[in-house]
Design a protein around this ligand. Sequence first.
Ligand code: RIB
Length: 311
Amino acid sequence: MSAVAVVGSLNIDLVIRAPHCPHKGETVIGGAFGMAGGGKGSNQALAAARLSAKSHIIGCVGSDDFGRRLKSVLTENGVDCSQLQTRNEAPTGTAVITVTDEGDNSIVISQGANTLLDDGAMTRAAEIFETSDAALFQMESPAQTVIAGLKLSRRHGCRTFLSAEPPYSLPKEVWGNIDYLILNEKALNFYAGHKQHKSIDSMADEIIGRGVKCLAVTRSSKGGMIFVKGGDNFTFDAFNIRSVDNTGARDAFCAGLCVGLCEGMPIRRAAKFASACGALACTKIGAHPSMPWRHQVSALLGEAGDDEYEL
Ligand code: RIB
């Protein structure tokens, strides 16, 4: 069993379906409302556990109903919450999400207690890093904490994964501490310096040149691309599914890539495994409810004619 330490955000997602995301100044009459666990960190930790990894969450919630709800869902799913802090100074993070009939979304976050995750939390998690194969980060926690965590987890022998969204200007020193960087095309443009006229390949080369070992570019229904330092770049396909809500799909992809690689899958196989995880996350409404279980991933890969993924 692989072990994964996820450092990141926990939110309660308030989701409304709507015919389209509102434009500036517009009020849109939407449809059903729902509430579910979310936050990129907690989605990734939950997905890693459902994919059969030993999963740890390192983060902060408020001492309120939302925080208790998140902790209990994660615990019930086997995520270790020993380094999940409950803080009085701020409420649990919340995200207001509009999901369109095509399954696309737009998200506004109130970070709340997620902003309280500091360097000290990374030091206190040293024992978890020590016993984990990988550490997985996103950019919904304070940047200084992410930077400290990347360095510390590396020193403790973890492979480091950064799903660098929402985009944030990172200092140069960071890149060399990232083994696997996962970006969508928008974030790739941002980190490559908004050079919209450049091709994905040349922006990826630029980022790999900064010291990242492997870059995964996710492209929703177009699949994605993997760029490896000094190695074999390749594209992978998306699975053909009917998307009802793509919230959390990239989180499921990140967890899948991380768990797959920690289990020793070659990168091409891990990318396909991760792509199946991302696809399954689009088939249900809500982030937590849609994080895939291992048997579902094996079944989807099996349907696609691949029987190497049986449990
Ligand atoms: O990646 C999806 C997540 O982004 C949502 O669950 C929301 O909480 C935001 O953090």
